[in-house]
Ligand binder design. Sequence first.
Ligand code: NAD
Ligand code: TYD
Length: 336
Amino acid sequence: MTKLLITGGAGFIGSNFIHYILKKYPDYEIVNLDALTYAGNLENLKDIEENVNYKFVKGDICDINIVSDLVKDVDLIVHFAAESHVDRSIMDSGDFIRTNVEGARVLLDAAKNNGLIRFHYISTDEVFGALGPDDLKFNEKTPYDPRNPYSASKAAAEHLVRAYFHTHQLPITISNCTNNYGSYQFPEKLIPLFITNLMENKKVPVYGEGKNIRDWIYVDDHNAGVEAIIKKGKIGETYCLGGGNEIANIEITRMILEKMGMGEDMIEYVPDRKGHDFRYAMDCSKAKKELGWEPKMNFDEGLYKTIEWYKNNKDWWRRIKSGEYKEYYQKQYHER
Ligand code: NAD
Ligand code: TYD
């Protein structure tokens, strides 16, 4: 499979995935379909704009005409595009249902109607709900129990993906991954928000008491997991991917503060997120056993690298925080 349609490739993980693939497989051809919502930023891909094997198409995954046209020339779809921020889904879930559920349906139909194109769906650990402190980690058999509109929309899409496998024999795979961190992450998520706030000498807003736990994975470890699944994964199967780094938010906050030479006076405890899932953690033994995949990045080192990236790319995030990033690129591309 050498012709890939990547959806959502202008976002955080999608853009890292495109870089990862083109570096490792320079002869692969990639089409990146992205609507450039607030989270899509073509500056993430500036260095490969001129690559003959890379093409960007501005468009909505819910638009069947654009999607049907693009799938004709590819042999694999890797579907990243989504509304991805839990806090936004709590404020308004409309776009989450449209993009995450209807968008998946449109892509699945296009894949089905064009010769059953191989389809990989990028999902999240959040579809499994929330763990207590002593609960066993999530695995591929954990029942679905999404508890916020974002995770509910991702779970709904997963059900559709599996339904197309069983009903139409669409060759699908799914990965459920834990919280990613690394370069190009939009500064509304915990790690980049805190790093960039501190660089601007602003306080960092810790929800509640900061006791909630997430399992953090370096974005290229996630990408390597997806690569392993599209190469070696069994059709119809789900694979859980995680970083093996269960850390409470307050601990991460302290690590960031320490690495940036700042004190606890920069913490601002703010009211908790509504329905805040307490803990996510992933048992990745299936991916390790069947695909030979496991995460490589040590969290301390990955966090250091990430802070360095934000220090060295101040223009990138300052243009996002000021809203400037939209203006230049939005003018370059028009809806087809
Ligand atoms: P992101 O918000 O950074 O990027 C999403 C991208 O999708 C943006 O470029 C946006 O413009 C595009 N997009 C949104 N709506 C679209 C539409 N209707 N049509 C076309 N493009 C559209 O998200 P991310 O953090 O990179 O996450 C990528 C995927 O990985 C998502 O499916 C998310 O659910 C999943 N995931 C994320 C994490 C994480 O920690 N960030 C963890 C596990 C799974
Ligand atoms: P986030 O990066 O939004 O990812 P998710 O909600 O998908 O896990 O949040 C990670 C954790 O950090 C989550 O427990 C909520 C918490 N958090 C804060 O304490 N303060 C913040 O400003 C943000 C954005 C998140």
